[in-house]
Design a protein around this ligand. Structure first.
Ligand SMILES: Cc1ncc(COP(=O)(O)O)c(C=O)c1O
Length: 460
């Protein structure tokens, strides 16, 4: 697989000069439509390091960040009055739509009753059983980000197994969890390139193999010194890599045989259904994490564990020396999170909502694939439920190493800005599009039409 071909000077099958030309003209169009925004943020925002309050805001390929006036449902509006069909949806944080009505009501109700107490409220009484029923694990904790939930769950895994090492798959992302920041480069485990201020050799305690490589997984677990495998059921953070038939069965069988726990991170694959990929495909994790949309956009995450892990953790706690466990943050499990999560689980993440999301995601998948076929592009589309991705390389991709090579940043940047200029916003880091319960068929049609127009420009 070769997304970029230096001899013909093409990237993803598109001539580089044409990509540069598209990037330039689309940047001009973007600016022209946003005079107010450019005046306010064109030279960065005062008082912020790098001109933005969070450095990812400069990772968008637009000439300057879109300055948002507001968002509702699956539409986002900037201060110049440009309306965009939002398929980025806060990179999954608002996968259930912007300000779903039940969540907005719950926030309003809680806003007058205190925002954080370090004590439970009555909403919390409902959430425990809801999580048990939905995700099938008996014991839960609430944290504020998926990053934290993963960190805490990994701590429990190490505590109960008495093992230091974890195992990740190449190309993984589980938030800014230090020990997962490892990559395979030319077959060799190394610290993920680009880490700031990291002076430890993370490969000392983290094994890494390619996704879908059962033999490598078996060998890596063979020494029986790995506490936990942490993975998404589908790799969604390096393009999109689907599990091959039998992979999850093998993963579960091999982890059990090695006395290694299995942590399934559903933060992105919750696009599959109301119980995530785990429920739909009958996975049997020991530990489970979900962040981002679980409270409808209010920062919150959940992490759960099996009966057996809970029993082992109880035994561990009875023998460990007293003191801070290293888990927990002050604002976690606050009443605003409970209120928003209760409303989300009960009224927003419903079977009907997911049926709608799935239907439109299928339509989007088919529409984008038809465009790719029409223009004979060497690209493909992958999907996990309501999460769709077009990849500017042939597919399907087998693992993170292949996904890395399939990435085409220059081409993707040109396409993203061209889509914005045609009224469509997709996720900035790769070509991810989400369907929310509020997304309409008309919005999906507009995205397919816009994608077709950009493909026509690129291949004319
Ligand atoms: C699979 C997965 N897990 C965890 C995270 C971390 O989420 P957060 O940044 O909200 O901590 C992400 C973020 O993209 C993710 O994709």
């Amino acid at each position: 697989m070769q997304a970029s071909d230096s001899t013909t000077r093409s990237i993803g099958g598109i001539d580089v000069a044409r990509i540069a030309e598209l990037r330039e003209t689309e940047a001009r169009t973007f600016r022209k439509a946003r005079p107010k925004s450019e005046a306010k943020v064109g030279n960065g925002m005062a008082g912020f390091l790098g001109g933005v309050p969070m450095h990812w805001m400069t990772d968008w390929p637009t000439p300057f960040p879109i300055l948002v006036d507001g968002a509702k449902g699956a539409t986002i509006t900037d201060i110049d009055g440009n309306r965009l069909d939002d398929f980025c949806l806060g990179d999954t944080g608002s996968m259930l739509g912007h300000s779903p009505a039940p969540v907005a009501r719950a926030i309003r109700r809680q806003a007058a009753r205190g925002l954080t107490y370090m004590l439970p409220s009555e909403d919390a009484l409902a959430i425990g059983p809801l999580l048990q029923q939905r995700f099938g694990l008996p014991y839960w904790q609430i944290a504020t980000t998926a990053t934290d939930a993963n960190r805490f769950a990994l701590r429990v895994a190490r505590a109960v197994t008495g093992r230091e090492k974890i195992l990740v798959f190449n190309g993984c992302y589980h938030g800014s969890v230090d020990e997962t920041m490892v990559r395979l480069i030319d077959g060799k485990p190394v610290n993920r390139p680009g880490l700031a201020g990291e002076f430890r050799d993370l490969t000392r305690a983290t094994r890494i193999v390619e996704f879908n490589d059962i033999a490598a997984l078996e060998a890596a677990l063979g020494e029986r010194d790995v506490a936990c495998v942490i993975t998404e059921p589908v790799l969604t953070n390096s393009c999109m890599v689907l599990p091959e038939p039998g992979f999850h069965d093998a993963l579960r069988r091999l982890t059990r045989a090695a006395g290694t726990l299995l942590l399934i991170d559903e933060t992105h694959t919750i696009s599959t259904g109301p119980g995530g990929y785990t429920r739909k495909y009958g996975l049997e994790p020991d530990l489970f994490v979900l962040g981002k949309p679980v409270a409808g956009g209010v920062p919150a995450s959940i992490w759960g564990m099996s009966e057996e892990v809970a029993a082992r953790y109880g035994a561990y706690n009875r023998t460990k020396e007293p003191g801070y466990s290293g888990m927990g943050t002050t604002l976690s499990a606050n009443p605003l999170q409970f209120a928003a999560m209760h409303a989300t689980l009960e009224e927003v993440m419903t079977e009907e909502a997911y049926a709608h999301m799935d239907r439109l995601a299928r339509r989007l998948d088919a529409g984008l694939t038809a465009v790719i076929d029409r223009y004979k592009l060497p690209w493909h589309v992958a999907r996990v439920g309501a999460r769709v991705e077009f990849i500017c390389a042939p597919g399907p991709l087998k693992n993170g190493g292949e996904a890395e090579k399939a990435h085409t940043p220059e081409l993707e940047a040109a396409i993203h800005v061209a889509l914005v200029n045609r009224g469509v916003l997709i996720a900035p880091f790769h070509n991810m599009m989400l369907i929310s319960p509020a997304t309409t068929a008309a919005q999906v049609s507009r995205l397919i039409t816009a994608f077709g127009a950009v493909a026509a420009r690129l291949t004319a």
